[in-house]
Design a protein around this ligand. Structure first.
Ligand SMILES: NC(=O)C1=CN([C@@H]2O[C@H](COP(=O)(O)OP(=O)(O)OC[C@H]3O[C@@H](n4cnc5c(N)ncnc54)[C@H](OP(=O)(O)O)[C@@H]3O)[C@@H](O)[C@H]2O)[C@@H](O)CC1
Ligand SMILES: [K+]
Length: 221
């Protein structure tokens, strides 16, 4: 089911209501999101190693799911995490723990230049999603700069890090994606101003929430 672009509040309400009122588990939604994203990346990314950049929230959690499914598809992956994965919480922690047990190569980023130390066929931005507010803080800006400087195919997960998904305003820097794989529906900010420079081709991935909920959210403002 395809629906019109949503605001940050609307799409976050989809997750919240699906979990609270429908009894879907957050970890199931994350699995659907990450698996759907991995299928698109596997289809589009050239052969070669893939770097997956993970932030400290659930957008980062998606990255651990994506890594697991890409590895299952025969891809070589390496996760780069902004935090020690043991500091994660909730569904992101669950998926990071699975990746750890599965011995998926994971490096904590101490210096953004670590990302540029080898060539990648694709770089996947799971740094920040709909939970991002304001200009990039801490090491995030340096990581986005480093990712933008790599000659590779760039995928943004849910939202390119640095882009405001409601206004389309781009902070400096903002991840410059060739493809944005976004969950539930596109976001209103992707169609405003210069946002298209950052989102590239937009792919929508359903996360398994019921059509009834989507119809209700689409009617709300
Ligand atoms: N069940 C679900 O809900 C599902 C969710 N899904 C996925 O989750 C994503 C939303 O996850 P989320 O809410 O955890 O937020 P997310 O974007 O990862 O960032 C939060 C972290 O960012 C930080 N931070 C914020 N602004 C910042 C800045 N400017 N610069 C630097 N840091 C900044 C902030 O840190 P703090 O400010 O608290 O220190 C906080 O730790 C969504 O986009 C989708 O991908 C899917 O799996 C489907 C199911
Ligand atoms: K992202």
């Amino acid at each position: 089911m395809s629906i019109s672009p949503l605001t940050r509040d609307q799409v976050r309400r989809v997750d919240e209501v699906a979990i609270r009122d429908y009894g879907l588990l957050g970890v199931v939604l994350m699995e659907n999101a990450g698996r759907g994203a991995a299928e698109i990346i596997n289809r589009l990314a050239p052969q070669g190693p893939i770097a997956i950049l993970c932030g400290k929230g659930n957008n980062g959690g998606d990255g651990y799911v994506i890594a697991r499914h890409l590895e299952l598809s025969g891809r070589q992956v390496e996760i780069f995490s902004v935090v020690d994965p043991r500091e994660l919480s909730g569904d992101a922690a669950t998926n990071a723990a699975i990746a750890f047990k599965a011995e998926i190569r994971t490096t904590k980023i101490n210096d953004a230049s670590q990302i540029n130390q080898q060539s990648w066929s694709a770089v996947v931005d799971c740094l920040l999603g709909t939970g991002a507010t304001g200009s990039l803080r801490g090491i995030y800006a340096g990581i986005v700069d480093a990712a933008n400087s790599v000659e590779t195919m760039r995928f943004a997960i849910d939202v390119p890090t640095g882009l405001d998904c409601d206004t389309g305003a781009a902070s400096i820097p903002t991840f410059i994606a060739d493809h944005t794989i976004t969950f539930v529906a596109s976001k209103v900010g992707f169609e405003i101003g210069d946002a298209s420079t950052y989102v590239g081709t937009v792919h929508e991935v359903g996360i398994g929430v019921p059509a009834k909920l989507l119809r209700e959210i689409a009617k709300s403002s």
